[in-house]
Design a protein around this ligand. Structure first.
Ligand SMILES: NC(=O)C1=CN([C@@H]2O[C@H](COP(=O)(O)OP(=O)(O)OC[C@H]3O[C@@H](n4cnc5c(N)ncnc54)[C@H](O)[C@@H]3O)[C@@H](O)[C@H]2O)C=CC1
Ligand SMILES: O=C([O-])CC(=O)C(=O)O
Length: 357
């Protein structure tokens, strides 16, 4: 039977995707915490990304199943596995490599261009992100120590909360190891942007795919500051009360999901999407695609705080340029002043932890 036109077109598209991926540089992505609520769908999305030629999935448990599952997808990324128990599951697959020996984390990381970290515990109702500090700070510190040893040049995408503290922890770990490059460390705040876009599109009644909203500050409560005055397409249908409500909903977006999940964790699917969008932007920057701009929590001089989320231009070395805040409304100026105290103390808490431990 002759293939239908539709199937023919799909095959042609697939061939084009594969050839353009082959033309790009070989890129290895590692996900640490890959068997978790975020890690699994993120592994799926990164396996589908044609810019990824090798995908390394690391966790303290559960990775064999995830890696076996994801590795069967007929996309070019090659899945690397940890721990080694997964090897027999995948014997016979020429696209998959396993890890053996005591230093599997090292092998998972070696040669990585981008390391995404969604490892650590999520919130339950009634908790703040800062309540995760005691457990997640140590996890992040350990993983960053390994990164500084095995792939010191990788771009690090920090998802683990509290991002306002885990990013400063990572910076201090890298400084101590002599591998810190401020251009290569990113707190992933893309989910705040994703939410701001969705909520704005709904309220302003504009097509969501066309919406852009910068979100600056940090990634917890009032430190999340969406700049709806700069949203595009602009809308004059929104009142000040609407903007206040959209701001609050964006700031409370994580809590909205935590409460809806009622004890079963926090945002995973939307976070995996956001994490995949940000990692894709990092890969495009590395590959020399011009004008790749995303918001991220990075080392910054945009304010007096040492780390701050704002628009960042991504390039071959990571951060090419940290962009300024642009014109703010009076409401946003007030929000900016109000967030500084909390953000400063979260940053200092991270730095203090890294020095003391
Ligand atoms: N930046 C952001 O916008 C967001 C951040 N998060 C944060 O992401 C983190 C993960 O969330 P979920 O995936 O929902 O949690 P989860 O509990 O479902 O998964 C976490 C995974 O990390 C693994 N893990 C723990 N210690 C590890 C270690 N030392 N090395 C490697 N893996 C380790 C666990 O085994 C587990 O598989 C949480 O801290 C959460 O607060 C969640 C949503 C949005
Ligand atoms: O709210 C949480 O704990 C997880 C998170 O960071 C988010 O969904 O923005």
């Amino acid at each position: 039977m002759r293939p239908s036109l539709l199937r023919y077109a799909a095959q042609a598209l697939r061939r084009r995707d594969y050839s353009s991926a082959a033309a790009a540089a070989e890129r290895k992505v590692a996900i640490l915490g890959a068997a978790g609520g975020i890690g699994q769908p993120l592994a799926l999305l990164m396996k589908l990304n044609p810019l990824v030629s090798s995908l390394s999935l690391y966790d303290i448990a559960g990775t064999p199943g995830v890696a076996a599952d994801v590795s069967h997808i007929n996309s070019p990324a090659l899945v690397r596995l940890h721990p080694p128990a997964c090897i027999p599951l995948l014997a016979g697959s020429s696209r998959v490599k396993g890890f053996v020996g005591e230093e599997q984390l090292g092998e998972a990381l070696e040669g990585s261009d981008v390391v995404i970290i969604p490892a650590g515990v999520p919130r339950k109702p009634g908790m703040t992100r800062d309540d995760l500090f005691n457990i997640n700070a140590g996890i992040v510190k350990g993983l960053c120590t390994a990164i500084s040893k095995y792939c010191p040049n990788a771009l690090v995408n920090m998802i683990s909360n509290p991002v306002n503290s885990t990013v400063p922890i990572a910076a201090e770990v890298f400084k101590k190891a002599g591998t810190y490059d401020e251009k290569k460390l990113f707190g992933v705040t893309t989910l705040d942007v994703v939410r701001a876009k969705t909520f704005y599109a709904g309220k302003a009644n504009v097509p969501v795919t066309e919406v852009n909203v910068p979100v600056v500050g940090g990634h917890a409560g009032i430190t999340i500051l969406p700049l709806f005055s700069q949203a595009t397409p602009a809308s004059n249908a929104l009142s000040h009360e609407d903007i206040k409500a959209l701001t609050k909903r964006t700031q409370d977006g994580g809590t909205e999901v935590v409460e809806a999940k009622a004890g079963k964790g926090s945002a995973t699917l939307s976070m995996a999407y956001a994490g995949a969008v940000f990692a894709d932007a990092c890969l495009k920057g590395l590959n020399g695609v011009p004008d790749v701009v995303e918001c991220s929590f990075v080392q910054s001089t945009v304010t007096e705080l040492p780390f701050f989320a704002s628009k960042v231009r991504l390039g071959k070395n990571g951060v090419e340029e940290v962009l300024g805040l642009g014109q703010l409304s009076e409401f946003e100026k007030e929000g900016l002043e109000n967030l500084k105290g909390e953000l400063k103390s979260s940053i200092e808490k991270g730095i203090k932890f890294a020095h003391a431990n």
